[in-house]
Each structure stands twice: as structure tokens, then as C-alpha cells.
Design a protein around this ligand. Sequence first.
Ligand code: SF4
Length: 67
Amino acid sequence: MKVHINTDVCAGFGICVGICPEVFELHDDGYATVLVGEVPPELEDLVRRAESQCPAQAILISGDSSQ
Ligand code: SF4
């Protein structure tokens, strides 16, 4: 699984960082960035939760074999 942030719509709420700080980090410019290339399997559920709770729907998941 890979995850990307659409920085055009990310509003920097930081909810993703609160849910999974191992994967998401808040950039100084006010949007989230992704720290990993491939999401470790044990963090996939947290990344899915972050995706579903992001108010801006800025989190894009690709290559998720469970969907
Ligand atoms: S929760 Fe969504 S809007 Fe907020 S920082 Fe993360 S990606 Fe951006």
C-alpha cells in the first residue's frame, strides 16, 4: 500500500498525524507529508482510518489489496 497527500486540498488539520505519526508529518508550510514509500502492513489500518477521517479528503491510498 502506498499513500499520498493531495497538497492542493490538504488544510493542515493534522488529524492524520494524530492517528498515525509514523506515516504522516505536518510540514512547515501547513500541509501533511508522507514519511514512507511503502506503508508497513501493521500500519495499514491506521492509514485507512486517517484517510476516512481527513476532513479535506486529501489522503489518497493506492495499491491496497484489501479494497
Ligand atoms: S487530516 Fe487531511 S487535511 Fe488534515 S493534515 Fe492530514 S491530510 Fe491534511
